[in-house]
Design a protein around this ligand. Structure first.
Ligand SMILES: NC(=O)c1ccc[n+]([C@@H]2O[C@H](COP(=O)([O-])OP(=O)(O)OC[C@H]3O[C@@H](n4cnc5c(N)ncnc54)[C@H](OP(=O)(O)O)[C@@H]3O)[C@@H](O)[C@H]2O)c1
Length: 258
C-alpha cells in the first residue's frame, strides 16, 4: 500500500491536485485524473504521461453524484484503485464570496464532492480489504474563520468525517488520511490580500503529502509552526480571538479581481 500503483485524483487540473498527479507520475503507475477545465486537465495528463505514467482523464463536476459514481466505478473495474485523493475544492474567493448561494455551492463542492468521490469506493475497498482514501481538508478546519465561515466549516466537516472513517475502516483493511495544509501557492491563494505565513510551493507540498501518505499517517498537517498557532487560537475563547481575526482583510471575490 505504501507504493500505490493505481491512483485517482480529483481537482487535477490545477494547483495541488496537478502537483500531486505529477509527483506520483512514474512508469508502471496508472493515474485517473478529473477536473472541469479541459485544457488544464489535458496539460496535467500530458505531463504525467511524459513521466511514464498511464493516464486516463475525464471532465466531471464533483457535485454530479451519478456521473462521479459511474466514472469511478468504471476506473476501478479497469484495475483496482490503491489510492483515491479527494482534492477538488473551492474557496469563497474562487466562487465570488460567501452569500447564501455561494455558501451552498461551497458545501456542495467541498463536502458533497468529497462524498461523491469516496462513497463509491468504500464498499469496493472493503471487499478487497485494501486501499487508501485521502481527503483534502485544511488548517482552516481547526477553527471557525470570520473571513471564510463556509470554507472553514466545509473543511472541518471533511476532517471530522475522515478521522472518523479512519477508525471505522481500519478493521476492514482500508486506510484513511486527512490532509490539512497551511498556505500553498496555487490559483486559490494567488490573490489573497493578506500575509500568508510560511506559504509553500505546490510541488513541495505535493511531495510532502506523498511521503506522509506512504508512511500511513492519518492526519497530515503542515507547516508545523502554523499548525501550532492554529491550535493555540482554537484553544482560546472566541471572544478573545474574534477581534484579532476581524482585523484581517477578507479574500477578494472573483468580481473584485476583475
Ligand atoms: N492552496 C491552499 O493554500 C490550500 C490550503 C489548504 C487546503 N487547500 C485545498 O486543496 C484543494 C486544492 O486547492 P488548490 O489550492 O489546488 O486550488 P485550485 O488551484 O483552485 O484547484 C482547485 C481544483 O478543484 C477543482 N474543482 C473546483 N470545483 C470543482 C467542481 N465543482 N467539480 C470538479 N472539480 C472542481 C478545480 O477544477 P477546474 O479548475 O478544472 O474547475 C481545480 O482542479 C482544495 O480542496 C483546497 O481547499 C488548499
Amino acid at each position: 500500500m505504501n507504493e500505490p500503483r493505481s491512483i485517482l485524483i480529483t481537482g487535477a487540473s490545477s494547483g495541488l491536485g496537478a502537483a500531486l498527479a505529477v509527483a506520483y507520475a512514474a512508469p508502471a503507475l496508472r493515474l485517473a485524473l478529473t477536473g472541469r477545465d479541459a485544457a488544464r486537465l489535458a496539460a496535467t495528463a500530458e505531463a504525467c504521461r511524459a513521466a511514464g505514467a498511464t493516464v486516463e482523464h475525464a471532465l466531471l463536476d464533483v457535485t454530479d453524484a451519478e456521473a462521479m459514481a459511474a466514472w469511478i466505478g468504471a476506473v476501478d473495474d479497469g484495475g483496482a484503485l490503491d489510492l483515491v485523493i479527494a482534492n477538488a475544492g473551492v474557496s469563497g474567493g474562487m466562487v465570488g464570496g460567501e452569500d447564501e448561494g455561494q455558501t451552498r455551492h461551497l458545501f456542495a463542492v467541498n463536502v458533497g464532492g468529497v462524498l461523491n468521490t469516496v462513497l463509491p469506493l468504500i464498499p469496493r475497498m472493503q471487499a478487497r480489504r485494501r486501499g487508501r482514501i485521502a481527503l483534502m481538508s485544511s488548517l482552516a478546519a481547526f477553527r471557525g474563520l470570520p473571513g471564510a465561515p463556509a470554507y472553514a466549516a466545509s473543511k472541518a466537516a471533511v476532517k471530522a468525517w475522515g478521522e472518523g472513517l479512519s477508525g471505522r475502516l481500519r478493521r476492514d483493511g482500508v486506510a484513511v488520511s486527512v490532509i490539512c495544509p497551511g498556505f500553498v501557492a496555487t490559483p486559490m491563494t494567488a490573490l489573497n490580500p493578506y500575509p500568508m505565513p510560511l506559504i509553500m510551493a505546490a510541488d513541495r507540498a505535493a511531495h510532502l503529502i506523498k511521503r506522509r501518505l506512504a508512511r500511513g499517517r492519518v492526519r497530515i498537517v503542515f507547516p508545523w509552526p502554523l499548525y501550532a498557532l492554529v491550535r493555540l487560537f482554537a484553544a482560546l475563547p472566541p471572544g478573545l480571538t474574534d477581534p484579532l481575526f476581524a482585523r484581517l482583510p477578507e479574500k477578494p471575490s472573483l468580481a473584485e479581481r476583475r
